[in-house]
Design a protein around this ligand. Sequence first.
Ligand code: NDP
Length: 439
Amino acid sequence: AKSSPAQTEFYQATEEVLECLRPLFERAPHYHDHSIIERIVEPERQIMFRVSWVDDAGRVQVNKGYRVQFNSALGPYKGGLRFHPSVTSGTIKFLGFEQIFKNALTGLPIGGGKGGSDFDPKGKSDNEIMRFCQSFMSELYRHIGPHTDVPAGDIGVGAREIGYLFGQYKRLTGRYEGVLTGKGLNWGGSLGRKEATGYGAVYFAENMLAAKDESLQGKTCLVSGAGNVAIYTIEKLYELGAKPVTCSDSKGTIHDPNGIDLGLLKQLKEVQRISLESYLHEHPDAHYISARDYPQDGHAVWRIEGDAAFPCATQNELTEADAKALLANGVTCVSEGANMPSTKEAVDRFLEAKIAYGPGKAANAGGVATSQLEMAQNSSMEQWPLEKVDQKLKQIMADIYRQCADTASEFGEPDNLVLGANIAGFRKVADAMIEQGVI
Ligand code: NDP
């Protein structure tokens, strides 16, 4: 089965987890007896469906839709929807697998799932996006519900898409309920959800640095991406006295040594939805590196000098050569806002160097944790103030860090948060599966 090219990312994610579990299985062989590995790598359910919709020219377009309901040992399936042309069933499967352990680390009652489509939102009109979302939900609605499966956003799915998806769910079922998270603030959304993944990744970095008697104050930071996670990572870095000097999109990278102009970034990406190249109109002194001019063996953003790095765009965007360049430039902290942004070889370099390295499934768990807070508000018909949500997010990120660090120490590798995150997340899910019997 391993030769199937469509599942490359899934094998990358499973191999990392399974390698880390070896010392746990030596100490707790009963996991073998329950065939936990064989069960945990197999999704409980995978749904694939056709999404047909009519474009503005009146032509029928067809895309593939996916939802992987991976593991419900700890609660209803929870995980985002990704709309991007690169999406395959293997992409969704890798993201769903990671989600199981991430959700377990939050300490909240949520299982793991993920979904999406190979639909490309770029260059589509608002009406086309709406018609696509309506068609997507016309199939998905029968598989989800506030106590079964609660999707959220991811790449290409933000507040606009969640709105259209929610509207169609409501029309089809006649129910106004918390079946999606990341909703608009005046119709069931939570304050602080939009910011949560980025803020959380920065809180995670602060926790890692505090353990070394350091902080982000005064540090020059490299951020990749220019979407939801990148923007709010940059916002929180400024609040904590750091200086983020880069961001990137699929076409290129901006390096602004004076610090990224956050207001302009939001205008370009949240309002106008256009390429970062336009950043230069307001800041002609900044540098733009086109993706065509990136180094053969990696990404321009990681070749710029800085003290800390926050990969916030997509998987495998930071290669071994990039990791070496970061280390050579003196980077001492890497906190992953994106899912699996560093290749396996890059992760090995970070672990060898014993820098503060926070893997995505721990460092970016603030998003899904705050989604669960949105579910809690929906089911109690409350809306909590921003301060309350942010306080809880901060506490959750500190708890996740502590669990990862304590588990890493328990297994004799105190600096290895990859090991800590994988073992701590796995143990919770595996114990629940055993207690619930063979199902
Ligand atoms: P967005 O769609 O808001 O932003 C994605 C950004 O990354 C965009 O700037 C996009 O460029 C860029 N990008 C996407 N794909 C590629 C690619 N293949 N090559 C180069 N650049 C790319 O997504 P999010 O910010 O929500 O998600 C970013 C990452 O964070 C993903 O890995 C996601 O899984 C992860 N994540 C997100 C959470 C959330 O709450 N949203 C929670 C936890 C993890 P362009 O502008 O050109 O499209």
